[in-house]
Design a protein around this ligand. Structure first.
Ligand SMILES: *Cc1c(COP(=O)(O)O)cnc(C)c1O
Length: 376
């Protein structure tokens, strides 16, 4: 067998929708399918406003602009995340303050945030790793207490929720990714979710190169002009047309992935109970979306050996983030608050197993056998 780590989601109707987008004669941004995707996200998540973007990276950049992050401001985030979470704020001149993660979920440790807050802190950026919600009640209470903006990096969190609320809708801004490695894809793409109505107008302006073109198109102003800073964050309608049929089938895709996740979990339980590996933890109140299935080996050495072992059997299992505070740019633009008790240690143990829409039961069985044989 040869099992890839990821196969991008595809439901079979993408080409038809793209043809329709082309026939509509308007393939630039905010065409028919961009609107349909935004409406779907709004309805599904209950957010006040969703605006499709060219990526989650640019959604985060928009959020940093909308949060008015300025040079010298401090932003709190985990070190165990993708570079885009950090870059978006560094581009505004912010200083990064990395906070340790919890070993159970790999999410920012909400109990370590308060000690990282200074009089320069402006924002907290929780990252919902693997589509499992951060402890948002605590984070929102801290944000309230210190007057901070919360930007949720919910790149991996589409169709997941925390205490009944969709990830990405709890903080001031939420950022989704529709990259081909995520649960729903438009190749490259994302969305910014905006909680408060009074921030929507500026978001539209920032997304449209700092102009009030959106208002112009709605006939609310008779000419459009440059009114604020901004950039080109609007995706082509062709990309949105690729995404839309997947959103329409989101429940089915989500069920399929959760089924695979549950199978992995059940079939690896014996190995976990014998203490050889650890399995992911889903806290009460979190409904995840099976974005990822990972296990934890004893240490870096064992994980490296396991990756090699599985590779020989045609199974592609991969590690994940190298903590940002250990990278060259991370050291230049940030500091770690408090001790690094789990970030480095846990990141070195974590191994992601193949996970995608339509992963077969036989494939999961084959992967589990491989892991079991390794530990024999
Ligand atoms: C994928 C991902 C991103 C970046 O998403 P793009 O759409 O590729 O820009 C950002 N943050 C996290 C946590 C991600 O997993």
């Amino acid at each position: 067998m040869n099992i890839k780590f990821n196969i991008p989601p595809y439901v079979g109707k993408e080409t038809d929708y793209i043809r329709e987008a082309i026939r509509s004669g308007k393939i630039c941004g905010d065409g028919v399918f961009t609107r349909k995707c935004d409406e779907w996200i709004q309805k599904k998540t209950g957010t006040t406003c969703s605006l499709l973007t060219t990526s989650c990276t640019t959604a985060l950049e928009m959020a940093a602009v909308l949060a008015d992050i300025r040079p010298g401001d401090e932003v709190i985030l985990p070190s165990y995340t993708f570079v885009s979470t950090a870059n978006a704020f560094v581009l505004r001149g912010a200083k990064l303050v990395f906070v340790d993660i919890r070993p159970d979920t790999m999410n920012i440790d909400e109990n370590r945030i308060e000690e990282a807050i200074t009089d320069k802190t402006r924002a907290i950026v929780p990252v919902h790793y693997a589509g499992v919600g951060c402890e948002m009640d605590t984070i929102m209470q801290l944000a309230e207490k210190y007057g901070l903006t919360v930007v949720e990096d919910a790149a991996q969190g589409v169709m997941a929720s925390y205490k009944g609320r969709a990830l990405g809708t709890i903080g001031d801004f939420g950022c989704y990714s529709f990259h081909e490695t995520k649960n729903y894809s438009m190749g490259e793409g994302g969305a910014i979710l905006i909680r408060d109505r009074d921030k929507v107008e500026r978001a539209e302006i920032v997304r449209e190169k700092g102009t009030d073109r959106s208002k112009f198109l709605r006939g609310q102003v008779d000419k459009y002009s440059w009114v604020d800073i901004g950039s080109s964050y609007l995706p082509s309608d062709i990309n949105a047309a690729y995404l839309y049929p997947q959103l329409l089938q989101a429940e089915e895709i989500n069920r399929d992935r959760l089924h695979s996740w549950d199978l992995y979990y059940a079939q690896l339980t014996t190995l976990a109970e014998s203490g050889r590996i650890e399995l992911p933890v889903i806290p009460a109140g979190c409904e995840h979306n099976a974005h990822m299935f990972y296990i934890k080996a004893k240490d870096l050495e064992e994980r490296t050996a396991l990756i090699r072992f599985l590779k020989e059997r045609g199974i592609s299992a991969v590690f994940h983030y190298v903590p940002l505070h250990t990278s060259r740019a991370g050291q230049k633009y940030g500091r770690f608050s408090g001790p690094d008790r789990y970030t480095t240690k846990e990141s070195e143990r974590l191994l992601r197993l193949p996970m995608y829409y339509k992963l077969k039961e036989e494939e999961i069985g084959y992967i589990v056998n491989g892991i079991t044989d390794f530990f024999k």
